[in-house]
Design a binder for this molecule. Sequence first.
Ligand code: PXL
Length: 284
Amino acid sequence: MNHTPRAAVVQDLSAFGRCSLTVALPVLSVLGVQCCPLATALLSTHTGLAGNTFLDLTGQLAPAMDHWARLNLSFDALYSGFLGSEAQAELVRRFRTQFHPQLVLVDPVMGDHGKAYRTCTPTLCRAVMALAEEADLITPNLTEAALLLGLPPEARPRGEGELSRWAWKLSREGRRSVVITGVTGGEGRTGAYCWDREGNRHGPVWAERIPQSYPGTGDLFASVLLGRLLEGRPLQEAAAWAAVFVSACAKHTLTAGTPPQYGVELEAMLPRLMTPRTNKEDVL
Ligand code: PXL
């Protein structure tokens, strides 16, 4: 009997604003993956809405992992995203050595639009980078890709040739897989550049560009990607699904006129991810 794939997700629970766990939980569930949160913090909203509350839960992580170990639980995947401290990054590493998941996805959340997030101090950035070194798959946006390569955060690759070299370097010569998100293409397209360590296949995937950015879309992308990978799909196919779904959610949200800080209106779109729908073009 096929078991339900199980993923441990190390992220904050921001109650309002559709990012991190409030995105990973519904998306992974709809994709048939059991999402087991290791909640790093509890916030009233993400940090993009002024005045958010914040309860640090770092102290809960090691006891939760130890409890899971006593229950002999195993995990197919470990997925980490936005982290609040070096100690949390260290606990993600500990999870890896304790549970040996087959797939470790590190979304190295550090910045966007050419700048590091104000929450990502140089020490935290270094810890996230060290974590990314040990991952099987990383999903940086262009700003994070530049930081991981030791370049200024505003550095951008000139053309697809350089983008491909960035991906190759980030893959550590093909030792791990990479999906660089937020890549702009011609003709109103946005997408991601993939380096698949399986067979060193690489290339871009595209979707319609929506002229509005929303918080949490990196989390949405990584969650769809992980769900599709755990279905056994190859990296580029999984990334194409993620790109098209994020674009469809953004389009729907723009049409609805929702304030961008509220995140993308994914609830109405989730059924489109459900199997047996297998053709990503059906999402649009
Ligand atoms: O989506 C990234 C993210 C996750 N969690 C919190 C955030 C952000 C981005 O701003 O503030 C708390």
